[in-house]
Ligand binder design. Structure first.
Ligand code: HEM
Length: 338
């Protein structure tokens, strides 16, 4: 096929996948801006995108774009090296017109890829991947709602090394994107002497704005994570509580549906354990909402002890009566979004 057998065809694939990735990072930087301006609305978008079929198809498409872009980049690099043969290192003086980034596209791409690996572990793996498997990301026995994007930002940017790794990634991305942007026009034949300098300027401006915004955002999120804004904001706490409440109701219903009868002690104990885990998670990640629930301080401690004792002795846990359990109620007084 022409797209794979000819060098022009391969370059065209690089250009088209590159253009789609430029559009993606532009969309992404705008999404991050929503997280800064309206964090509640950002979480609603995360909930909407979540792990539904459309979002999964979009993510798979995006993954395919990255994979194609990388495979073709390696292919073209190998092809160029082969064409130059052993004389690859023979040239000692480089023509001025050959830019530094042009010669280092592969290395820059590898640095961007390393940043992406860290980034995917911090976000995608903890959000969408967990949701695909029907659960939430769990840390020290407490869970984080998959749609609480602001909480994942809080967790990621709490580490000192996150902004460092991101800024290194952004610098590499600036050079990579800047060069890739205008060279894709060159590959597609749009390279007359009048337009090429203009395209170079447009590429430079677009890349600088996008990467500049990413950098400001990384610094902003670091500041917010260190100040605990996303953990303590009252409206966000109500939103997290609503997510926890919904998830607990769903879990309790599933346990109940699989139980032989409504009063099955095993199912009751499972529901109590799920409730305890939910309350512990609310205490950790929605501390202000937890206070509003008005749960007596001793309740969690007592319940925790009962739970551990039941697990240790492996005896069928005792089923407490209604008055012992605490209902998780969502405070609906204020709207959830900011
Ligand atoms: C300050 C900088 C950034 C922040 C705070 C950030 C934040 C996030 C968050 C919260 C998600 C998960 C969203 C969701 O699954 O709904 C995400 C996903 C993602 N990010 Fe970033 N991001 C940043 C920069 C970047 C850059 C520079 C790139 C590309 C080079 C990138 C590539 C991706 C990709 C590929 C995904 C997965 C998208 C998907 O699941 O379909 N991010 N990012």
């Amino acid at each position: 096929m022409w797209l794979t057998s000819s060098s022009i065809g391969r370059k065209l694939i690089m250009a088209v996948t590159g253009a789609c990735l430029v559009l993606f990072v532009t969309f992404h930087v705008l999404m991050n801006a929503v997280a800064i301006l309206w964090p509640g609305a950002y979480n609603q978008i995360c909930a909407f995108l979540g792990a539904n079929w459309y979002a999964l198809i979009a993510s798979a498409g995006l993954g395919a774009l990255f994979v194609l872009h990388i495979i073709y980049a390696l292919w073209l690099t190998l092809q160029n090296r082969k064409a130059r043969g052993n004389n690859r290192y023979a040239v000692t003086s480089t023509p001025k017109s050959v830019e530094w980034s042009s010669k280092n596209m592969l290395v820059l791409g590898i640095v961007v890829l390393a940043f992406l690996a860290v980034h995917m572990i911090q976000f995608w793996y903890k959000m969408q991947w967990q949701e695909i498997w029907g659960h939430w990301y769990s840390i020290d026995g407490v869970t984080v709602p998959a749609a609480a994007g602001t909480l994942f930002i809080h967790l990621a940017f709490q580490s000192w090394w996150t902004p460092v790794v991101y800024i290194i990634g952004f610098i590499a991305l600036w050079f990579h994107m800047n060069h890739g942007f205008w060279s894709m026009f060159q590959s597609t034949g749009w390279n007359n002497t009048c337009w090429l300098p203009r395209l170079k300027k447009i590429a430079s401006a677009w890349t600088t704005i996008v990467i500049g915004l990413f950098t400001v955002q990384a610094l902003w999120f670091t500041y917010e994570a260190k100040s605990g804004t996303y953990l303590n904001d009252i409206k966000l706490n109500d939103q997290y509580l609503e997510m926890y409440n919904k998830e607990f109701q769903k879990e309790a219903m599933e346990i109940q549906q699989n139980a032989p009868n409504q009063f099955d002690p095993k199912a009751q104990a499972e529901i109590e354990a799920a409730q305890l885990k939910t309350l512990r998670s609310i205490k950790a990640f929605a501390p202000k909402a937890f206070l509003k629930l008005g749960i007596p301080a001793e309740y969690l401690e007592e319940a925790e002890k009962d739970n551990t004792a039941a697990e240790e002795t492996a005896v069928e846990p005792e089923v407490s009566d209604e008055s012992d359990s605490v209902a998780i109620e969502v405070n609906q007084e204020e709207p959830a979004n900011n």
